[in-house]
Design a protein around this ligand. Structure first.
Ligand code: GLU
Length: 315
């Protein structure tokens, strides 16, 4: 029996870009080199941003790159889509509610951004606790005017862990993160809740994802503890930055898999460049994902972000 279960967890809000492909390649190599099991979870919680045809494109692009999975995806018997798991998330919210950890929050985004509060480690304003201790009467009065979000009370406690690439990371939840949202005011469950429930129920033992999600990890470790799920290992991989130093996003159309495939490049040439940027090969030569499996080692993977120069922006 394999000891490692990893996952791809794309948000189907557009075509995959090279940065997504870079994280997926490393997640896949880590699992395949250990003979592990790979899941594909479609993170389509946000109905305004996610579309099933984008999810199918993600699958098509992953397969084209030579990255396969054993379970999950949008179709078929083992499909795993967050949009179809709302009852599960509601169940875990009820558990947290039963322990008195949740409270309704009526603050608007505008109010939170206007308050000159300090910022949390992920750059969002630190929640000042406005709705934490409202009286039942105040709650009822506010509820008549606005549908609340649900927040979780975080403890004044430090959470630390060792990331395989980024090393030791620690955060005090109250000071660096603040009470965070588990269900938005429009009823959509939050990423932090869904990811913990899904990784926990699927027995995920290894999470490989972009370094931008590092500040989410202490929250997830704490939620795992509260809900009784084991902690996976984490590897937060470097980000690909555009020539001007910005993180690649789905708006960088020229670096998405659609544009790359339309330019008739072979998948091996794309994989070769990703592997070179990761530090796995010495030159950006064409190579298949499968050929990289045997020599894969986390010790070779670079830790610093990769800035794409002139040559790579004309990828
Ligand atoms: N769905 C997230 C993304 O596409 C990844 C979440 C995760 O790996 O935990 O950025």
């Amino acid at each position: 029996m394999s000891t490692i279960t990893g996952r791809f967890a794309p948000s189907p809000s557009g075509r995959m870009h090279l940065g997504n492909a870079f994280s997926c390649l490393l997640a896949w190599l880590s699992v395949r080199s250990a003979g592990g099991r790979m899941l594909l979870r479609i993170e389509d919680l946000d109905p305004e941003r996610c579309r099933p045809d984008y999810a199918r494109q993600v699958e098509y692009d992953l397969r084209w790159l030579g990255l396969d999975w054993d379970e999950g995806g949008i179709d078929g018997e083992t499909a795993c889509c967050q949009s179809r798991r709302r009852e599960l998330y509601a169940h875990y919210l009820d558990l947290l509610q039963g322990r008195g950890l949740l409270y309704p929050c009526f603050c608007t985004r505008g109010e939170l951004h206007a308050a000159s509060a300090p910022h949390a480690s992920d750059g969002t304003p630190l929640y000042p606790g406005t709705c934490r201790d409202l009286s039942p009467e105040e709650r009822a009065r506010k509820a008549a005017l606005r549908r609340p979000a649900l927040r979780i009370r975080v403890p004044d406690r430090e959470i630390s862990f060792i990331d395989r690439l980024q090393g030791a990371y620690r955060e005090n939840l109250a000071r660096d993160c603040g009470d965070f949202i588990l269900r938005r005011s429009d009823g959509v469950h939050a990423y932090q809740l869904a990811v913990v429930v899904d990784d926990g129920l699927a027995g995920v033992t290894q999470v490989v994802r972009g370094r931008d999600l590092l500040p989410s990890t202490p929250r997830q470790l704490w939620l795992q503890e509260v809900l009784g799920f084991p902690h996976p290992d984490y590897a937060h991989v470097p980000l690909l930055l555009s020539g001007d130093g910005r993180r690649l996003s789905k708006r960088d159309k020229d670096l998405d898999l659609g544009a790359i495939r339309a330019s008739h490049q072979a998948p091996e040439s794309v994989v070769g460049r990703l592997a070179f940027w990761a530090g796995l090969i010495d030159r950006p030569e064409a190579i298949s994902a499968r050929e990289l499996v045997n020599g894969f080692s986390w010790d070779r993977v670079r830790r610093e972000d990769v800035r794409l120069g002139q040559d790579s922006s004309s990828f």
